[in-house]
Structures are given as C-alpha cells and as structure tokens.
Write a protein that binds this ligand. Structure first.
Ligand code: FE
Length: 215
C-alpha cells in the first residue's frame, strides 16, 4: 500500500532521556501516522496517488502539500537521530562545516540559535545550497528545503509536539539534547556524499535513491 509509515530505526525508548518513549509513541504513531492517513484520503483515486512523497511536496499546495511534506520531514527526522548520537561528524562533512561556518563550534551555535529562535511550528535544517555551501536554515509549518533549491542533510522538528512532554516550554534544552546526544552524523554525511557525487544544480527533482527517499 502507498504511503506506509516507515518504522522507527531504533526502539522507542532508545533516545531517552532527551526524547522519551511516550513522545516517540505519540509523535511517530499519531502525528506522523496522521499525516499519512490524511494524505491517503486526499489523493486516493486521483492522478497523484502514485506520486512519491517528494513528488507530492514539490508539486502540490494546500492540504496535499502539508501532509506529504510533513510525512517526508518526519521520516527524515527519525533518521537524523540515533541512540548515542551527538558529538562531532568526521571526514568530508566536518571539513565542509569548518569551511563554511569557520569551526564546528560555530556551526553548533548557529544551529542551536536558529532552532531555538524559530517562531512557531517548523523545522531547523542543515542544508547544502545550490553552489555546494552548507548552511543552517529553518522552515515554517510543513515547509521543506527541497522547495527552495537546497538539499537537506539533517533536520530537527521544533513543533511543540516534538518536545513539550519531555521539556515543556524549554525548547533550548531540547535542542541541546538533540545536538549533544542524538544527532546522527552518519546520516548527514551519507546525504552529503550522495549529493557530492552529483553535478551542482542537478535539482532535487532528479534525486533518486537517496537515504531520504527510502520509505
Ligand atoms: Fe513532528
């Protein structure tokens, strides 16, 4: 069946204490599942029912876009974390972060500031721009960097449903926990390596078989 939810790549309690089993149960089982259920309802029986999530988020607006993009973003978010994550990346990704931010510490500060300061619901991202430079950005609600000709390498959900049970209103504490304990740098590195192997401005629409598309 189309639009199946991808299973979490770890046990529900594997990200504690930064992200509790209860948060993951609701976030994955209710929020993420809910976007897919709604999307199926919206596109079943239409010409778009065979589109991938990426095709839907790039070509739709309104409710179809919101639900397709949220489903894509959540699948990408689960992979952006791992048990005993955090720390620093290695290899080409570390070199690129040092080149484009000055140091890994400055990248970390900027990511934490952008994620914490983003107003309202949305997502913080590490992205690769069309000229190959890395930068931090945030998007509101369901929006996704692929709509802005940038390629996501890593994301953090900053909707309140992602952290309120565990951290109440303290988003900064959640962001620090993500950066220190959960970030899956291997996932971000794999996304960068995949893009580096392609010519510049090849376009997100042509991307096939990336880690992000596995679902
Ligand atoms: Fe979420």
């Amino acid at each position: 069946m189309k639009f199946e939810i991808p299973p979490l790549p770890y046990a529900k309690d594997a990200l504690e204490p930064t992200m509790s089993a209860l948060t993951l149960e609701i976030h994955h089982g209710k929020h993420h599942q809910g976007y897919l259920d709604k999307l199926r309802e919206l596109v079943e029986g239409t010409r778009r029912e065979d589109f991938s999530l990426e095709e839907l988020l790039l070509t739709s607006d309104g409710e179809v876009f919101n639900n397709a993009s949220q489903a894509w973003n959540h699948a990408f978010f689960w992979q952006s974390m791992r048990p005993q994550g955090g720390g620093r990346p290695a290899g080409r990704l570390l070199e690129a972060l040092e080149r484009d931010f000055g140091s890994f510490a400055r990248f970390r500060t900027e990511f934490a500031e952008v994620a914490t300061a983003h107003f309202g619901s949305g997502w913080a991202w590490l992205v690769r721009g069309s000229a190959g430079q890395l930068r931090v950005s945030s998007t509101s609600n369901a929006d996704n960097p692929l709509r802005h000709r940038t390629v996501p390498l890593l994301t953090l959900d900053v909707w309140e449903h992602a952290y309120y049970l565990d951290h109440r209103n303290e988003r900064a504490r959640y962001v620090d926990g993500f950066l220190d304990q959960l970030v899956n740098w291997e996932f971000a590195s794999a996304n960068l390596e995949f893009m580096a192997a392609r010519p510049p401005r090849s376009g997100a629409r042509g991307r096939r078989g990336s880690t992000a598309r596995r679902r």
